[in-house]
Each structure stands twice: as structure tokens, then as C-alpha cells.
Design a protein around this ligand. Structure first.
Ligand code: SAH
Ligand code: SF4
Ligand code: F3S
Length: 462
């Protein structure tokens, strides 16, 4: 049997696409290996969101080159860099065998066949825009033993944020029909999955036959499903209907990732984000009223072209005002063909040292706020869905609260159980404590906890 190794970069969409690739390869009688040196086929599933992500891909390719020399492994690049660079990537990397975009995963048998039999170098990057796009359906058996899973509800993005490469690499929005989503969720529940995260680059503009709020409510009603999450949503689509869903359905987990990007209206306009800070805060206030205690996280870009010290101070102020549970912040990285990259010189690039200094200040502030929020939880009891062993200490358990806070704790509950944990210690990003009681047991006989080496090496570093 031939063996494959997939190295995954980027967001959840890519992690999910890697799963789909492994399903296609299994049908071609390939089996996974966790060791690239033993592979006959190496695929890099790439991310283009920031320049650093691309550099990481190139250095990984360099590491895998000797495997081609030693055992004739085929090497392919998929994902967002593939979509963006197309045949240019073959020119840049002479030992690369094939390049395929995110919409061409189903074509892998054909692509690999042409490479292996015709010794051709192949590029497949056509978009499948319309309803013809078939959302590859996960084989629920590959999720047996897992507690939490991702379910794709849409692909692409129709927004035009001026910094962002995603509309170029993932194409137009296509929503998956809601009955298909619900069937997949029900299949996953049957093999023991208790929490699902509905994913897409812009989920609340979902249009698969019902509104996104309706989709969340219907998903929450699937027997066996205890928690429903989603990611990511754009603030301008945070509808009253969605807020209402949070009010009426407790299974919709109390965590909202609402990327704001910046605290200055002037910059938001240049980013083409379609909302003002005041509008953002109004929406958020409404959400917090509908679901008191909801955790809110965000993404921030620091050093967007033309960002002044004053603009940056507004981001700091917004951070204080919202008191985010957590923030993912990045320095602006100009991406090919995006509006902000094309106009960076006109708007005024922010010097690298200034960007880094601002990022450090913002991250320090956020760590302080996160630390204050988690410190308040010490002594309280939190509800945890057990996902398995702790990564740091196999004698401990690991899971998450409804607010998506990670918890390592002493206890004996199996994966899939929901337990009460008394919080004894907290860091800005983690809680630790002891199991107090078991609230519910897994719905399906638990499997031994997944081995440490996963079939493909996931480096989620968007
Ligand atoms: N669809 C999601 C964003 C996906 S990209 C949304 O709209 O929220 C994840 C994050 O990467 C973005 O929220 C943004 O903060 C950051 N990002 C995107 N393009 C970037 C760039 N060119 N430079 C720096 N950070 C960027
Ligand atoms: Fe990119 Fe998100 Fe904006 Fe779409 S909504 S263009 S994915 S930042
Ligand atoms: Fe995801 Fe990176 Fe592409 S964030 S959509 S893999 S550019």
C-alpha cells in the first residue's frame, strides 16, 4: 500500500479540506503515515493570509525535497497559495509535481494519475462557483471517538475587505443546502460527537435555504448534540434574528468570535469593513443583553497603511471598553492583488518597528484583561465537555467550557462526558481544577483516546 502525508497550514477550512483529501486518498488505497520520510505522496495544504504563512510553506517544501530524491515521493501543493500562484508555483519550485486549488480536491485521483502515469506536471485551479459545487461529505466513521467536529456550511467570501486575500483564493460564496448540513450533523451525533462547529469564512451570510440563525437552531435540535458553535462571522451580518437565537437556545454556546479589526472609523473605512465602532458596540451590547456572560473574542490588524498613533490608541481604547475574553492580533501584511497592498504607498506604510511595538502593547493589554477575567473564575464551578487527556500531563483530563475556555483538570470522566469542575487556578488563557461531579456520560461507548500522532500533521497557523 502507498502512503501519504499531509502538512496543513491555515484556518479550519483547510483542516477540514485536509480531512476531505485523506478520504479521497483512502479510496485510492493510500494509507496515512505520520512520518513524511516514509511517504510516497506529500501534500502541503497551504495558507496565504499573511506573508509569513507563505514563507512557512516554502521552508516546509524544502524539508520534503530529499524525500523525493530518496524514494521518488510525489509532492503537491494545495490550498490558498496554490489557488493564488497557480502555474507560477511550478516555475518557482522545480521539484513540485502538482498544484491544486481548494475546489479541486475531488480531482485528486485524476491529478495523481496524470502525474504518476504520464509524468506530467499538473495544475488544477478552476473555481467551482455555483450550485454545482458539491460539498464533500465527511465519512462519519472517521469521526468516531471524537467529541467535537467541524461541519462546513459555506465556502468562499463575497466581502471585499481591502487587506484580505480570501476572496481571491476561495472565490464567491456558495452555501451548502441546509438538509445536507443537518444530515451530516445527525450522522456525527450517531458516532458520539456532542459538539459541532459550523464553519465558513463568513457564516452569517449563509443562504442554504434557511437563515443562519435558523440553521443554528435546527442544528441544536439534532438529538445527541449538546453544543453548537460557529466561525467566522462579519459584524455587519450580526442580525437581530441571530441575537434572538442566542437568547432562546441555550445549546448555542455562549461564545462569539466577532472580528473588529480596528478601533478607528477612518481605518475601518479604508479596510472596507462596512461598520463604525459605534455600530459594532451597539450590536455587541444587544448580544450581551440577550446572553449575559457570553464570551467575546476578536481579530485585530495593527499597522494597517496610514494607521496613526491616534488610530492605534482607538484600538487600545476599544479593547479596554469591550474587555474581550481574547484577541488574535496580527501586524498588517500586504497581500498580492488586494486593495490595501496596491494603495499601501499612497496611504503610507507603517514602519515595521512601529507595527511590532504597537502589537506588543496591544497584546500586553489583552493579556492583562484576559487574566483579570479568568482570575475571577477561581473558586467557581464550570461545566466542561471532556475531549480527552491533557496535552501536558496524561493523568489529567482536558476539555472546554461553553465559553470555549480550555480547562485541564484532575478527574476520571471519559471523553464525551460533561462534568462540573471546580476552578483552582487560572492563567490568561487556561483554567485548571478538579472534577466535582459528572453531569452526563457519553452517548456512544468511548474509544481509547486518539494517539498522539495524527495521520496528517496539522499546523493550524493562519
Ligand atoms: N473571515 C474572517 C477572517 C479570516 S482571516 C473574518 O472576516 O473575520 C483571519 C484574520 O486574519 C482576519 O480577521 C484578520 O484579522 C487577519 N488578516 C487577514 N488578512 C490579513 C493581512 N493581510 N494582514 C494581517 N492580518 C490579516
Ligand atoms: Fe476576508 Fe473575512 Fe473580509 Fe471575507 S469577511 S474578505 S474572509 S476578512
Ligand atoms: Fe484559510 Fe489561510 Fe486560506 S486563513 S481560507 S487557509 S488564506
Amino acid at each position: 500500500m502507498k502512503r501519504y502525508f499531509i502538512h496543513t497550514f491555515g484556518c479550519q477550512m483547510n483542516v477540514n479540506d485536509s480531512l476531505r483529501m485523506s478520504e479521497v486518498l483512502a479510496k485510492m488505497s493510500y494509507e496515512p503515515t505520520p512520518v513524511p520520510e516514509n511517504a510516497d505522496l506529500i501534500i502541503l495544504n497551504t495558507c496565504a493570509i499573511r506573508e509569513k504563512a507563505e514563507d512557512k510553506m516554502l521552508s516546509a517544501l524544502g524539508r520534503y525535497k530529499p524525500v523525493k530524491a530518496s524514494r521518488g515521493a510525489l509532492i503537491g501543493v494545495g490550498g490558498c497559495v496554490a489557488q493564488q500562484e497557480k502555474d507560477r508555483l511550478l516555475k518557482k519550485v522545480p521539484y513540485l509535481d502538482f498544484v491544486f486549488g481548494p475546489d479541486n480536491i475531488a480531482k485528486l485521483p485524476d491529478i495523481i494519475g496524470r502525474v504518476a502515469e504520464d509524468r506530467a506536471r499538473v495544475v488544477e485551479t478552476a473555481f467551482v462557483h455555483s450550485e454545482e459545487y458539491v460539498f464533500p461529505r465527511a465519512d462519519p466513521e472517521t469521526s468516531r471517538g471524537k467529541v467535537t467536529e467541524f461541519v462546513t456550511v459555506m465556502k468562499g467570501c463575497d466581502n471585499v475587505c481591502s487587506f484580505c486575500v480570501v476572496p481571491h483564493t476561495r472565490g464567491r460564496e456558495v452555501s451548502r443546502a441546509f438538509p445536507d448540513v443537518l444530515v451530516e450533523v445527525a450522522d456525527l451525533a450517531k458516532v458520539g460527537v456532542r459538539e459541532v462547529t459550523l464553519i465558513g469564512q463568513n457564516v452569517n451570510s449563509y443562504a442554504g435555504g434557511i437563515s443562519f440563525a435558523q440553521l443554528l437552531l435546527r442544528t441544536a435540535e439534532v438529538p445527541g448534540i449538546e453544543r453548537v458553535r460557529f466561525t467566522t462571522s462579519h459584524p455587519h451580518d450580526l442580525s437581530d434574528e441571530l441575537i434572538e437565537a442566542f437568547r432562546i437556545q441555550p445549546k448555542i454556546a455562549p461564545h462569539f468570535h466577532l472580528p473588529v479589526q480596528c478601533g478607528s472609523d477612518r481605518i475601518l473605512k479604508m479596510m472596507r469593513r462596512d461598520y463604525t465602532v459605534v455600530q459594532y458596540l451597539e450590536r455587541l451590547e444587544k448580544l450581551r443583553q440577550a446572553r449575559p456572560g457570553i464570551a467575546v473574542t476578536t481579530d485585530i490588524i495593527v499597522g494597517f497603511p496610514g494607521e496613526t498613533e491616534e488610530d492605534f490608541e482607538m484600538t487600545m481604547k476599544l479593547t479596554e471598553q469591550v474587555r474581550y475574553d481574547n484577541q488574535f492580533s496580527f501586524v498588517f501584511s500586504p497581500r498580492p492583488k488586494t486593495g490595501a497592498a496596491l494603495r499601501e504607498n499612497e496611504w503610507g506604510p507603517v514602519p515595521h518597528e512601529v507595527k511590532i511595538a504597537r502589537l506588543e502593547r496591544l497584546q500586553k493589554l489583552q493579556r492583562k484583561i484576559s487574566g483579570e477575567i479568568t482570575a475571577e473564575l477561581v473558586g467557581s464551578e464550570v461545566e466542561v465537555l471532556v475531549e480527552g487527556h491533557s496535552r501536558y500531563d496524561a493523568s489529567k483530563r482536558f476539555g472546554r467550557t461553553p465559553e470555549n475556555r480550555t480547562v485541564n483538570f484532575d478527574g476520571d470522566a471519559p471523553a464525551g462526558a460533561i462534568v462540573k469542575v471546580k476552578v483552582e487556578r487560572a492563567t490568561p488563557n487556561q483554567l485548571a481544577g478538579n472534577q466535582v461531579s459528572v453531569l452526563s456520560l457519553p452517548t456512544v461507548e468511548p474509544l481509547p483516546v486518539a494517539p498522539a500522532t495524527s495521520p496528517f500533521h496539522v499546523v493550524a497557523e493562519a
